[in-house]
Design a protein around this ligand. Sequence first.
Ligand code: FES
Ligand code: FES
Length: 188
Amino acid sequence: MGWSILIYSWEQQISKVICAFINTSCSFSGMWFMLNISLNVNDEDYQVEVAPYHTLRDVLRDKLGFTDVKSGCSEGECGACTVLVDGRPVTSCLMLAVQARGKKISTARGLATDSNLHPLQEKFIEHGAIQCGYCTPGMLLVAKSLLDKNPDPSEEEIRVAISGNICRCTGYQQIVEAIMAAAAGMKR
Ligand code: FES
Ligand code: FES
């Protein structure tokens, strides 16, 4: 009993030091300390309480309700959980939520405006690039990041860009065609 109180108190002291080091407020919950952080998602700020081990994917899905961020392999292999962090595709199952503080996070939900789908979304629909839809949010975000950097990509450049995102349904050809069509439309 005496030892457990000592360890608990020791963990609290370490927690305080870590919280001061990363300059955020914390509270202690069970065996873990929780950090109060702000995340900017699709241009809106959210205050959220996270443990140091929480991944960005789990916080976006389970705490903030962004279920457009899909959960697949949890090992960085399938790309289903892809989000953009400061415009770059990131597998959010491999990023800690605390690492995303102060950065701009984009999910597929942020692509459309109130009245219009993003051109990529329109072309994915037109070209039948969606079947089960599980890979689609990640594919759309990878494609957006590519077109932001390179508005006129070759087919090979598109295939390289989406190579980290697994699609079990479409055979990829329709996805590539949709991205090429969106690029052509956005150039006009
Ligand atoms: S769930 Fe993140 S890469 Fe598969
Ligand atoms: S549409 Fe089903 S995994 Fe791509």
